[in-house]
Write a protein that binds this ligand. Structure first.
Ligand SMILES: Nc1nc2c(ncn2[C@@H]2O[C@H](COP(=O)(O)OP(=O)(O)OP(=O)(O)O)[C@@H](O)[C@H]2O)c(=O)[nH]1
Ligand SMILES: [Mg+2]
Length: 351
């Protein structure tokens, strides 16, 4: 047996002398790594030894490897793919909303990057079924892409994507399951113009958190601010009048790219817009809106702000201790393909 231990992350080659899939140099920091012997290897060795067939001694692996671990491709998920994750554990679904280029995908990339390096905001990374999906949103930020500046690719309008992350509370040890949307801003822009497109926005009814990104760079410019303000107000009004979101959803208004507009707090246009949005939230939702100033990838590079506050907000009311209540992302009645019906079958909590 190798001294290097083993890794529970499928695809990691650390046990066979390769590199840590998560990129940790110090293996003690990797949440998937263990110095114990690999139970898979133990099982096969015992089973192959004809003198030593000890069926009773094979450990119960149901708590170690869940059905979703085996089937996961690591890509981002659609609503149906994500259903098994919501069945296993109470999950917090966050919808990141906002116009094109407002910084939604960058938040996902930067969060993943922070957890890749170290624990963040009082939480440590405890696994993801969408590592490939995260790698894709991070790709342009990395030197390997040879991009001249960090950036993200515009999210494709035809894809309804969710990214998954389990996080472990450093104090208290609770495990949280986060599902975050990566939707194109074009979808939200279309939703401000047509109620048909509003109804087509995915994940909305199930959203625990709805984060409306308002781009500070656009809002500070007198030539573009009025259009953005109209879009934000129309979207919020449409979501409430059409009951697209549940009143129980927690709403955050995130002034993104705030590094580009340091003096926003003194600006009357900004103050009026925020109070109109807050009024709209107060009139429909159970809770008032949270306001956050966000600089997830400041330019020129400097310290990030707001990302930790936003993450804590999402997880504060997360139902990690309660019994698992399966709240599917997509309802069974809306699924027509036979193959997709399997997402609703099996497990102790299947309907
Ligand atoms: N200055 C600054 N730029 C940012 C910040 N966050 C994101 N950006 C930049 O804004 C641009 C758009 O960011 P994205 O995250 O791709 O925007 P998006 O909302 O996902 O856009 P769509 O997918 O088209 O809807 C990128 O070039 C980012 O690098 C920030 O905090 N400060
Ligand atoms: Mg995007």
């Amino acid at each position: 047996m190798s001294d290097i231990g083993h890794c529970s992350n499928p695809g990691c080659e650390i046990a066979s002398g390769g590199n840590c899939l998560e990129g940790f140099k110090n293996l003690d920091e990797c949440p998937h790594h263990s110095t114990d012997a690999d139970p898979d290897v133990e099982i096969s060795q015992k089973t192959l030894d004809p003198n030593q067939v000890e069926i009773e001694s094979i450990p119960d692996r149901t708590d170690i490897r869940l059905s979703t671990d085996i089937l996961s491709s690591g890509n981002s998920l659609d609503g149906i793919d994500a259903n098994p994750l919501t069945r296993e554990r109470n999950s917090t679904l966050v919808v990141l909303a906002g116009m094109v280029d407002s910084g939604k995908t960058t938040v996902l990339a930067e969060l993943f990057d922070r957890f890749r390096k170290a624990p963040f905001a009082g939480y440590s990374f405890a696994g993801s079924q969408t590592l490939m999906g995260f790698e894709q949103v991070c790709h342009l930020s990395k030197a390997v892409s040879q991009a001249s500046a960090a950036g993200t690719k515009r999210t494709n309008i035809s894809e309804d994507k969710l990214l998954h992350m389990d996080l472990l509370e450093e104090e208290g040890g609770h495990r949280h399951r986060l599902l975050m949307s990566d939707l194109s801003g074009e979808k939200f822009e279309d939703a401000t113009k047509s109620s048909e497109d509003l109804r087509r926005l995915p994940f909305m009814e199930r959203a625990d958190h709805f984060v409306l990104f308002v781009d500070a760079e656009v809002l500070k410019d007198p030539r573009t601010r009025q259009t953005l303000a109209n879009q934000a107000l129309v979207l919020m009004r449409a979501c409430t009048e059409n009951k697209t979101l549940s009143p129980a959803t927690l709403v955050t208004i995130a002034l993104s790219k705030v590094d580009q507009w340091k003096s926003y707090a003194d600006d009357v246009f900004y103050v009026n817009l925020m109070s109109s949005l807050q009024e709209r939230v107060d009139s429909y939702f159970d809770h008032p809106a949270n306001l956050i100033s966000l600089a997830s990838r400041p330019e020129p590079p400097q310290e990030q702000s707001g990302l930790d506050t936003m993450l804590r907000l999402w997880l504060k009311a997360s139902p990690q201790c309660a019994p698992v209540i399966h709240r599917p992302i997509v309802e069974r009645s809306t699924v027509s393909r036979q193959i997709d019906q399997f997402a609703f079958v099996g497990g102790p909590h299947s309907e």
